[in-house]
Design a protein around this ligand. Structure first.
Ligand SMILES: Cc1cc2nc3c(=O)[nH]c(=O)nc-3n(C[C@H](O)[C@H](O)[C@H](O)COP(=O)(O)O)c2cc1C
Length: 248
């Protein structure tokens, strides 16, 4: 218990030998996003112009209405709405050279260690299956078609039924080396702090499109990593959030 409490403090910063970080040793920075698997289908997402039409409530209203929603209707999400949610949670707003991009969410040292996977169940124009967001291109890549993701998600979230009953479930992994390259052992404290911002932007963006979400940190680590096809060490699940339309 004591060890875990200490982990939450920033004492680690004083303990790191900063000369030994990979960045300070001159090691090249890791790529900003995972590569596209060879031959995989990429799907262009509607651009920012169409997203403006999506969000028409005030920020004050979105903040006031935000709540965890677990009851979804059968209505699908359309591609503009999905595009808006992806932009709000991980979208790129400015490039700062080949090894850093500023996004719509903050990140310690602008290291952005997350990848966004989408378990698509009911989105207009997308075959149900597992996709990954490519923030640099604002595109999706189809990883595999799968019509049975709903029950698999419920199983991998320890039986939480709403995790497999929305239109799409966002699953965020971390690639910790992106953060460790600069912060060494101090990386792991800031990664979950980064995740909070992503979750809150998703909550607020959902309110703007008549959708709802609940962020989820309780899941079977191995089952979720297996569902995504990640190795559980260099990349693993950190947080997830089912999204669906809600009754008004
Ligand atoms: C880090 C974190 C983890 C959470 N994990 C779960 C979860 O596994 N299952 C769930 O039903 N809700 C989960 N929630 C949602 C909380 O239960 C919810 O935020 C809380 O009850 C307050 O309700 P509100 O969001 O409507 O204000 C989580 C929320 C956060 C911030």
């Amino acid at each position: 218990m004591e060890h875990n409490r200490r982990f939450l403090t920033d004492r680690v910063r004083m303990e790191v030998d900063w000369r030994l970080t990979d960045q300070n040793r001159g090691v090249a920075p890791p790529p900003l996003e995972k590569p596209v698997p060879e031959g995989a289908r990429q799907i262009k997402l509607p651009g920012p112009e169409s997203m403006q039409a999506v969000s028409d409530i005030s920020l004050r209203e979105a903040i006031a209405r935000r709540e965890s929603r677990r009851l979804f209707t059968d209505q699908p999400l359309n591609l503009s709405e999905l595009s808006f949610l992806l932009w709000a949670t991980q979208g790129v707003r400015r490039t700062a050279g080949p090894f850093a991009v500023y996004r719509t969410v903050p990140s310690a040292g602008c290291r952005h260690s997350f990848e966004t996977y989408l378990a698509v169940l009911n989105v207009e124009g997308l075959t149900p299956g597992l996709y990954r967001y490519l923030p640099l291109q604002h595109q999706l890549v189809l990883l595999r078609e799968d019509k049975n993701l709903g029950p698999t998600l419920v199983n991998a979230t320890l039986g939480q039924p709403f995790c497999g009953s929305g239109a799409v479930t966002f699953v965020w992994t971390t690639v910790p080396y992106r953060m460790e390259w600069r912060y060494h052992r101090a990386a792991h404290r800031v990664i979950p702090i980064d995740a909070g911002h992503v979750g809150q932007n998703l909550y607020l963006a959902c309110e703007a499109i008549g959708a709802g979400t609940t962020t989820v940190a309780a899941y079977d680590q191995d089952a979720m990593d297996q569902l995504l096809g990640v190795d559980g060490d260099d990349e693993f699940t950190l947080y997830l959030a089912p999204v669906g339309k809600v009754a008004s």
